[in-house]
Design a protein around this ligand. Sequence first.
Ligand SMILES: NC(=O)c1ccc[n+]([C@@H]2O[C@H](COP(=O)([O-])OP(=O)(O)OC[C@H]3O[C@@H](n4cnc5c(N)ncnc54)[C@H](O)[C@@H]3O)[C@@H](O)[C@H]2O)c1
Length: 312
Amino acid sequence: MTLLKLFDLTGKSALVTGASVGIGRGYAAALAQAGANVAVVDVDEKTGQKTAEQLKSYGIQSVFIRCDVTKKDDVNAMVAEVAASFGRLDIAVNNAGIGILGPDEDFSAEDWNKVIAVNLTGMYYCCQAEAKQFLKQNPVQGKIVNTASMSARIMNCNASYNGSKGGVVAMTQMLAAEWGQYNINVNCISPSYILSPMHASTPVEVRRRIRELTPLGYVERPEDLYGAVIFLASDASNYITGHDLLVDGGHTLNAWLTPLGRSVPPRVSPEEETVQLKNDLDALGLSYDADGINTDLHPEIANAFKAAFGLK
Ligand SMILES: NC(=O)c1ccc[n+]([C@@H]2O[C@H](COP(=O)([O-])OP(=O)(O)OC[C@H]3O[C@@H](n4cnc5c(N)ncnc54)[C@H](O)[C@@H]3O)[C@@H](O)[C@H]2O)c1
């Protein structure tokens, strides 16, 4: 196989959960550009349909499938529909996730259960259904890529979110150990703070502080994960399983001892950081200012950052 072929996904069949916007939409665009047919899986039907339509411009097939990953029957039906639409399943990217903020001493059982239901249990249902599909196919093999987070390594949100992401990493490793015998690779990707709709309300001053705390000097964007997802979905990673691929610009290096400031500009400017975020907000039909900020979408995340940085 030539080196270029290693990363080629032409004709492969892929699904991405939580793909209507944000990181999932970025993964879907990357897989489509590498040649895979992509099923956009989400609870948000209106935006998901638009995303699936846009993916067709890469010359691949794309379908939208409505699925709530917390419902096992939905998940089983979704995987069957992907296999029926594209003839088989080769690549499954389990990415749907939510966060609910709040201090742990007062966190309700209901909120705890909601976060765990999507981020951990829903992801488990997806992995199970996908592995069963891989086992039905000839040859038996497949690639599963789960979205974890740097929040499995640095403690920055609360026990439900950070605990769920730590769980994703451990679950990924266990399934990799179990399913290696079936030629199924199970890996995860851990992003840092990404300018997805989850961070649409995060103010400019907070972004500036994140840049300063990140050696590569810019705030991560969904497209910064393109290489990671193609790598883990393609033959290039055939001997890699149970790996948590951290993609964080060096943020978790906690580089407070190194001199602040930069000697050369970062590869990505503040304006370029927001291109994909603005596309996501357009797809959602939401307005935003010149910096791509919509203060109504996730004010709780903006407030938590402001409090952490001591900003008004
Ligand atoms: N944005 C970040 O800073 C960041 C950092 C690290 C990890 N992550 C993780 O990346 C993943 C994607 O995050 P994002 O920032 O793109 O989020 P987002 O909120 O912008 O998008 C999440 C998508 O998932 C969908 N979704 C939510 N619940 C669902 C369910 N039950 N079933 C199916 N789809 C559902 C939503 O409709 C939405 O389209 C999540 O797992 C998140 O925890 C995000």
